[in-house]
Write a protein that binds this ligand. Structure first.
Ligand SMILES: NC(=O)C1=CN([C@@H]2O[C@H](COP(=O)(O)OP(=O)(O)OC[C@H]3O[C@@H](n4cnc5c(N)ncnc54)[C@H](O)[C@@H]3O)[C@@H](O)[C@H]2O)[C@@H](O)CC1
Ligand SMILES: Nc1ncnc2c1ncn2[C@@H]1O[C@H](COP(=O)(O)OP(=O)(O)O)[C@@H](O)[C@H]1O
Ligand SMILES: [K+]
Length: 475
């Protein structure tokens, strides 16, 4: 499990750990891990030009100490000090004694233009969102000369606790983070600014409380996956009822059922108009058409906006089993939910539900997913490159695996099917949403291999994704 903590939690854990170790130990561990990650990134330090952009706090200190290590390994290291009078004294002395130097103000552009790598030590967890004008000016040069950035702890300027980026911020190729992940490294748009995140263990683990955000890894998913045993039969494995599609949107029915059949359940019942029902049965002869007992419902994909389909959603929600509501069905979830409910909007749908601009949801994904979970008393899965799954009891998971090739028409219908299958298999809405999303994105990666795919390809690769995560069990 990848876990992320808040700044307040991290500060408290650091204080507790620091009381047990000699002064400077944590910064030494951080700088060692940071320098190693830079060497990996550069493919060796010798002869490389490295520019450190250092603010006045300990984040700048980490960068300067790491710079000293790189200088001792043969890199040419130059530091741009944003506030020369207040630069981290120990870090600066270490850099100087290792042969590094401070860049005079009028030579900043030349130094950046030559650099193979920029280390962003502007601010870490002590920073307010945004960059002060001087830092912003240096980072503009970095972007102009297209120099790759390794961010120290966090890309400076993001809101560390939310992943929001309302103001200018650093865009990193790699972020080397210390002790634990920060929420803003997992949730977009902060996650995109962080690039590849590398965690350095500084010994914080025993002092950290429960995380505010979790991110499942393959072995966590494997541990949660239902699997049949010798006593299983189709009804004990779970039956999913799919209410999807309309005469206008027949494909949604086929795709939602495809996603469901790619999951670990015993049977799918399809409930819907004649034409989509005919197409579903032609494609999947194992599907039973018509109502019957189910262990969970998926309702909503491709229902269209006809007001009479509200009845379908209401009937599913009134049944005493878990319900997933997707797409058009979300229009009809008006009251607070009872029982186990998973809502799966994309940003546009969540914006409509909450009556806010879509751009607000894009900017504040964690905030609005949690707000909706609270308002509807349901688990809310907000789709996107880093899908957020927020439960009404405050637990939040973020999915970080996947590929943008998964963003293709009908992909969300497949997701509703696989998540529904997991609900029918007995998983809670939080587990079904986060495990389903992991399988769906992993299937996308396996199917795509870097090229275009359609939604059916994702569904067809779900059993392979299942096998892939089972192979990671115990790792
Ligand atoms: N506390 C610890 O035990 C450890 C801290 N470490 C490092 O220390 C960092 C936290 O250090 P600090 O608490 O000194 O804080 P930071 O270095 O994150 O930032 C604080 C400084 O930045 C300035 N600042 C704030 N917002 C700014 C903005 N938007 N633009 C420009 N300047 C801004 C403040 O005036 C202050 O001087 C961590 O992120 C990590 O890199 C690591 O060395 C590991 C151990
Ligand atoms: N950039 C991205 N990277 C990875 N997955 C993405 C990205 N953008 C969207 N997705 C995923 O693609 C799917 C799209 O679903 P949705 O928006 O409902 O599309 P549709 O309505 O066409 O089915 C979701 O699972 C979403 O998380
Ligand atoms: K930083």
């Amino acid at each position: 499990m990848r876990t992320a903590h808040s700044v307040v939690q991290i500060r408290a854990a650091e204080a507790a750990l620091m009381a047990t170790v000699p002064d400077g130990t944590l910064m030494d561990r951080a700088a060692t891990g940071l320098a190693t990650a830079c060497v990996d990134f550069l493919g060796g330090a010798y002869g490389a030009d490295v520019v450190i952009v250092a603010g006045s706090g300990a984040n700048g200190g980490d960068a300067l100490y790491a710079g000293a290590r790189l200088a001792r390994r043969g890199a040419r290291v130059a530091a741009i000090l944003l506030d020369p009078g207040k630069a981290h004294a120990g870090g600066l002395a270490a850099l100087r004694s290792a042969g590094g130097h401070v860049v005079p103000e009028d030579e900043r552009e030349d130094a950046v233009a030559r650099a193979d790598l920029v280390l962003d030590g502007i601010v870490g967890i002590g920073g307010k969102p945004g960059l002060r004008p001087e830092a912003a000016a240096v980072m503009e040069l970095v972007e102009r000369y297209d120099v790759p950035v390794v961010a120290v702890d966090v890309p400076s300027g993001i809101d560390v606790d939310t992943g929001e980026t309302p103001e200018p911020h650093v865009r990193a190729a790699v972020t080397v983070t210390f002790g634990t992940h920060k929420v803003g490294l997992l949730v977009d748009p902060g996650a995109s600014a962080a690039g590849v995140v590398h965690l350095v263990d500084i010994g914080l683990g025993p002092y950290l409380p429960d995380p505010v955000v979790e991110s499942l890894q393959a072995s966590d998913v494997a541990a949660l996956l239902p699997a049949p045993d010798r006593t299983s039969h189709k009804y004990t494995r779970g039956v999913l009822g799919v209410v999807a599609g309309s005469d206008q949107y027949t494909g949604a029915a086929v795709l939602a059922v495809s996603g469901a059949l790619g999951g670990p359940l015993g049977m799918v019942r399809y409930v819907g108009p004649d034409e989509p029902a005919r197409l579903v049965r032609a494609r999947w002869p194992e599907v039973v058409a018509g109502e019957g007992r189910v262990q969970a419902w998926v309702v909503g994909s491709g229902l269209g906006d006809a007001p009479e389909r509200a009845e379908d959603v209401a009937r599913a929600l009134a049944d005493d089993v878990p319900v997933l509501v997707d797409a058009d069905g979300l229009r009809h979830v008006l009251a607070r939910c009872e029982g186990e409910v998973l809502l799966t909007p994309h940003e546009g749908e969540l914006a409509r539900m909450l009556e806010v601009e879509r751009s607000n949801v894009t900017a504040r994904r964690l905030h609005y997913a949690c707000e909706a979970a609270d308002r509807w008393n349901a688990t809310v899965l907000l789709k996107g490159a880093t899908t957020v799954v927020a439960s009404p009891n405050g637990r939040v998971r973020v999915n970080s695996v996947g590929t943008p090739w998964v963003a293709t028409a009908g992909s969300g219908d497949v997701l509703s099917g696989i998540c529904g299958a997991l609900l029918a298999g007995g998983l809670s809405p939080l587990d079904a949403g986060s495990v389903g999303c992991f399988l769906h994105e992993t299937a996308g990666v396996l199917a795509s291999r870097g090229g275009p795919i359609v939604a059916e390809d994702i569904a067809a690769a779900l059993p392979d994704a299942y096998r892939y995560v089972r192979a990671a069990e115990g790792t």
